[in-house]
Design a protein. Structure first.
Length: 96
């Protein structure tokens, strides 16, 4: 016989059938004048909040922004990589 122990740290316990807990909340909403970006600011490692004020929206060029989700170190490295190559492209082509 197996017993089920309610774990107060199990944030998935209250999910309905078919629901999935995805962690980060990021969104982009278009309107006539552009796009509004929004994101939560917490970085977690499982149920532990590692950082309460992380910037998950990053500008990589004059008109391009990135919403980051997943491994903070990996997404920051990838964002920096893309920003570097967009800057190089801008210099080579003479276009912003």
């Amino acid at each position: 016989m197996t017993s089920i122990i309610n774990n107060p740290l199990d944030y998935t316990a209250n999910l309905k059938k078919g629901e999935v807990s995805t962690g980060t909340t990021i969104m982009a909403i278009p309107f006539d004048g552009g796009v509004v970006l929004g994101a939560d600011s917490r970085v977690s490692t499982g149920v532990y909040i590692a950082n309460r004020v992380s910037d998950k929206i990053a500008q990589i060029s004059e008109h391009i922004f990135v919403c980051r989700s997943g491994s903070a170190a990996d997404t920051q490295a990838l964002t920096d990589y893309v920003k570097y190559y967009l800057n190089q492209l801008s210099i080579e082509t003479g276009r912003p």
